[in-house]
Write a new protein. Structure first.
Ligand SMILES: Cc1cc2nc3c(=O)[nH]c(=O)nc-3n(C[C@H](O)[C@H](O)[C@H](O)COP(=O)(O)OP(=O)(O)OC[C@H]3O[C@@H](n4cnc5c(N)ncnc54)[C@H](O)[C@@H]3O)c2cc1C
Ligand code: FES
Ligand code: FES
Lengths: 266, 164
């Protein structure tokens, strides 16, 4: 790690002001992506702004049909939350599949979404449920938030404060985990809320999480796994690495999407 | 340098630290609590597992400063020679270790499993929950047995334990 100055602001406003006042600041949430990155010297921020001292950023609440989760909420809290299990059971299930128990005790939903790793799980839930990302400055629809590999619509210094999910019961996440890293080789989040049908795919594409619109169209006729028979994705857009070729991943998306739809239709 | 303050095994501690100091470094190098090990330094192996505010975390991937105001428990905080914690005793009894390098992390993870899943643990629960703890020696069978037995023993009243 290169040396940095550490800050622990007590409010979002102070954190945002700090982030705006330093030249190359980095926000720190659970640190389970950032600390390994710092160790490898892949990032060298002059200032690290820890969000861990801001009480407002934690917590889960259900208001009407909207489930609101604070950015600093740990994966383990989402996985175990009776409120999440009741409002969006698929989201609690997804959180319980991230990494291992100790990772889930530190990693946060805000950090995962801000990082937008192409193999991360939460981005699929945000896109699959049509979540709204609430920041220190504005509200961003999930459809506009994830803009590419490790890229988001966040401006420098903009802080995610909460994520708002609609309460959806007809939703499911199926993850085909890499047996070594446990990240998704392919993960599909499928959901149906009245006429809004969404199929979000993580782990597969070179440009990160995406909505499989052909599958969504096909499911409008009938929301069942069979509706996806014969649909395929172009392999050249897929990640191709030592864990699996592009063709393999393209095929896997079809299989996993069918399973996710079956589970959601349940 | 910033000052960090926390309790470790019930004892208040405070020190000036370089912001880069990892919690595991702070424990081992500042406090000389070398029971917590560093296996991989990349959040994979779990040898560095400690409890922070009651939850198992990988201390190689937490800055000491992030634990400000927190309560840390390490393997040294569990038992004492002659009066082992029931989970430590179960590892001894069931041969849950060979070289012992992974053991402090295994035991801290094991107690976290019991805290969340209770004292009657199915074998497959233990195996899934050990996802983030790697052992290069034992092949896990005896670790899993030690944890299921240790979990049961943790339900027994403390008085009986001391008398055993
Ligand atoms: C061993 C291991 C296994 C893992 N397995 C999985 C897995 O299976 N699936 C999965 O999805 N993830 C996995 N992860 C990643 C884990 O979920 C991380 O916790 C997560 O990606 C980042 O969250 P964090 O809170 O740790 O963020 P940090 O590491 O603190 O931050 C990550 C990035 O987000 C920025 N950031 C953080 N919070 C905010 C905010 N509120 N607003 C704006 N920017 C912010 C930071 O500046 C940084 O750039 C794994 C990690 C490890 C170490
Ligand atoms: S040393 Fe921390 S997980 Fe291996
Ligand atoms: S006993 Fe040697 S690594 Fe587990």
């Amino acid at each position: 790690m290169f040396a940095f100055t550490y800050h622990r602001p007590s409010s979002v406003r102070k954190a945002a002001a700090l982030a705006a006042s330093v030249a190359d600041g980095k926000l720190l949430a659970g640190g389970h992506t950032l600390i390994p990155t710092l160790k490898q010297r892949l990032a060298a921020p002059g200032d690290v702004i820890d969000l861990g001292g801001i009480p407002d950023l934690a917590g889960i609440e259900l208001r009407g049909r909207t489930l609101s989760i604070g950015a600093m909420t740990r994966h383990a809290e989402v996985a175990a939350s009776p409120v999440v299990k009741e409002a969006v059971p698929a989201l609690a299930y997804l959180a319980g599949l991230i990494g291992d128990p100790a990772v889930r005790n530190r990693g946060t939903i805000g950090g995962s979404i801000a990082n937008n790793d192409p193999s991360a799980d939460y981005p699929a839930a945000c896109l699959g449920l049509g979540a709204t990302i609430i920041t220190s400055q504005r509200r961003i629809e999930a459809d506009d938030f994830f803009t590419g590999l490790f890229e988001t619509a966040l401006e420098p210094g903009e802080i995610i404060t909460r994520i708002a999910f609609p309460a959806v019961k007809k939703a499911a996440y199926v993850k085909f985990a890499n047996p070594a890293s446990r990240y998704a080789m392919v993960g599909v989040f499928a959901a149906k809320r009245t006429a809004d049908i969404r199929v979000a795919v993580t782990g597969a594409s070179q440009s990160g999480v995406f909505r499989w619109t052909e599958a969504e169209e096909a499911l409008k006729k009938r929301f069942a796994g069979r509706s996806l028979d014969g649909l395929s994705l172009p392999a050249d857009d897929m990640i191709s690495d030592l864990h699996g070729s592009g063709e393999y991943r393209a095929h896997l998306v079809g299989v996993i999407a069918q399973r996710a739809v079956e589970a959601a239709a349940g | 340098m910033p000052i960090v303050t926390m309790t470790v095994n019930g004892r208040p501690v405070s020190a000036d630290v370089d912001p880069r100091t990892l919690l595991v470094q702070f424990l081992r190098e500042n406090l000389m609590l070398t029971g917590t090990h560093v296996g991989c330094d990349t959040s994979q192996c779990g040898a560095c597992t400690v409890h922070l505010d009651g939850h198992a975390v990988k201390a190689c991937t937490v800055l000491a400063l992030q634990a400000e105001g927190g309560a840390v428990v390490t393997i040294e905080g569990l038992g004492a020679p002659g009066l082992l914690h029931p989970m430590q005793e179960a590892f001894r009894e069931h041969h849950g270790l060979q070289c012992g390098f992974c053991t402090p992390g295994m035991i801290m993870a094991a107690i976290d499993i019991v805290n969340r899943h209770g004292n009657e643990l199915a074998e497959h629960t233990v195996r899934e929950e050990l996802e983030g703890n790697i052992c290069r020696c034992t092949g896990y069978h005896n670790i899993v047995r030690a944890i299921t037995e240790g979990a049961r023993a943790m339900a027994a009243p403390v008085l009986n334990r001391a008398a055993e």
